[in-house]
Design a protein around this ligand. Structure first.
Ligand code: AMP
Ligand code: ZN
Length: 462
């Protein structure tokens, strides 16, 4: 079986073949750092983590790039409204973002470029588009891409070319596909932008969002690479525009596979900052939910289906993980040389499911079916030692993708735990026993066991 992935460009599942044998060049659109990520955003990064981990599990060497959009309308507006320096603000939000990913055991990208470090490259790319006659300058120092010059425009989102608004243009980064029109490659500086402007041959201003991703991806991955990902809302206009301008800048197809994950929703609506219906990670951890249960919740629904987020689902996820952790613990206790039944790991089913466009439900189904058989044999003390060893090795191997069994929330969430322990120590020295107890309970819910010793409080994972 070969890995097949659903390509938005062709609207079909295609066999994945990398440009260079054995290697995958992967670009995933990163956050706009004007506010902390919400768990809807994190669902998209989780999908990309599973994709990357499964590619690595399958033997590919992956180079993963994720951009940080540290200059755009939203970041500038926020910095000015809060009277903060743009880069100080974006760097602090970026660091929080990196911590959130680490808490959820999402592998860090190999490169995390900040848009403001690549502005010269963006100016060069825009100049190429002007020289080639597919872009034009407007009176205010802005530069627009002329979609009427691009015969292939609309192929990613599947727009009827007749519906394109010829000659109309927009400076917005985001708009609907029924409003498709010439888009900004460079935005001329306005007084409201304050000091955040850069010099270009056609006037002062800043790059458009789409240009940022074309330049940062090609800088690290070359002008033609394997996979480009984002959430479905990135298909239009962001990726359509990136594709149009990149084909004209680079004379290549730009990207072979475009993959998009569906939204995380609450009460039937997309979780988003603008609707105000969002959770950030820390709020959920503060309620005692573990990083592993949140990770599992975000990964266990197939990436092309909407994920309806509920706290009940997270609690169910915790049970599923506890079962797999319990299995690992029981397997570790089987004595060496024990005779009994042979049970083979479900490698073929796992691989067949995941090869089919990352069918995670099928993959998890195979693992839980096998776990049930193993528990039954363990209960009867009837599992052979070689099967035990194979089972542990297989669990470790599947967990290279899942990342929820052989990790500890205590480890992933170390800073938070140490803070709670400090608060509990303080409550104890203040003789505030009810607060100390409630902190102990909160820690217990996170799987942390405390031991009070003369040297202070020690803790371990339960
Ligand atoms: P932004 O910071 O708004 O540029 O979004 C960062 C990433 O999160 C993009 O890839 C979006 O497609 C994705 N995203 C935004 N909202 C959601 C959501 N509710 N569910 C899943 N992904 C989302
Ligand atoms: Zn992007």
């Amino acid at each position: 079986m070969a890995l097949r992935l659903h390509n938005t460009l062709t609207r079909s599942k295609e066999v994945f073949t990398p440009i260079e044998a054995g290697k995958v060049r992967l670009y995933t659109c990163g956050p706009t750092v004007y506010a902390p990520a919400h768990i809807g955003n994190l669902r998209t990064y989780m999908f990309e983590d599973i994709l990357r981990r499964y590619l690595e599990w399958s033997g590919y060497e992956v180079t993963h790039v994720m951009n940080i959009t540290d200059v755009d309308d939203k970041t500038i507006e926020k910095a000015i409204a809060e009277d903060r320096d743009l880069l100080e603000m974006t760097e602090s939000i970026t660091q929080r973002f990196e911590r959130d990913l680490a808490t959820l055991n999402i592998l860090p990208a190999h490169h995390l470029p900040r848009a403001t470090d690549y502005i010269d490259g963006m100016i060069g790319g825009i100049q190429t588009l002007l020289d080639r006659g597919v872009a034009y300058t407007a009176g205010d120092g802005s530069v627009f891409f002329d979609i009427s010059k691009d015969a292939g425009y609309g192929q990613l989102v599947n727009i009827d070319p007749a519906s394109l608004r010829q000659g109309e243009r927009t400076s917005d980064d985001d708009y609907g596909k029924d409003q498709a029109r010439d888009f900004a490659l460079w935005k001329g500086a306005k007084p409201a932008d304050g000091p955040y402007k850069w010099s270009a041959p056609w006037g002062e201003g800043r790059p458009g969002w789409h240009m940022e991703c074309s330049i940062m991806s090609s800088h690290f991955l070359g002008q033609h690479f394997d996979i480009h990902c984002g959430g479905v809302d990135n298909i239009f206009p962001h990726h359509e525009n990136e594709l149009a301008q990149s084909r004209h800048m680079f004379d290549t197809p730009f990207v072979n596979f475009w993959l998009h994950s569906e939204h995380l929703i609450v009460d039937g609506e997309k979780m988003s900052k603008s609707l105000g219906n969002f959770y950030v990670l820390q709020e959920l951890l503060d309620r005692g939910l573990t990083p592993e249960a949140l990770r599992y919740t975000l990964l266990a629904t197939h990436y092309r289906q909407q994920l309806n987020f509920t706290l009940d689902k997270v609690r169910e996820s915790q049970k599923a993980i506890n079962r797999l952790k319990e299995l690992a613990r029981r397997l570790e206790q089987v004595p060496v040389g024990h005779e009994g039944q042979t049970i083979l790991p479900p490698d073929d089913q796992w691989r067949a499911a995941m090869d089919s466009d990352l069918n995670i439900s099928g993959g998890l189904g195979a693992i839980f079916g096998w776990a049930k058989e193993l528990f039954a044999a363990l209960d009867r003390e009837a599992l052979s030692a070689p099967s035990t060893g194979d089972a542990l090795a297989a669990l470790r191997s599947y967990d290279k993708v899942l990342g929820v069994i052989f990790t500890s929330s205590a480890h992933a969430n170390k800073e938070r735990i140490e803070e709670l322990i400090k608060q509990r120590d303080k409550a104890r020295s203040d003789r505030d026993w009810s607060r100390a107890d409630s902190l102990r309970e909160e820690l217990a819910a996170m799987g942390v066991i405390l031991e009070d010793t003369p040297e202070g409080t020690l803790w371990k994972r339960g």
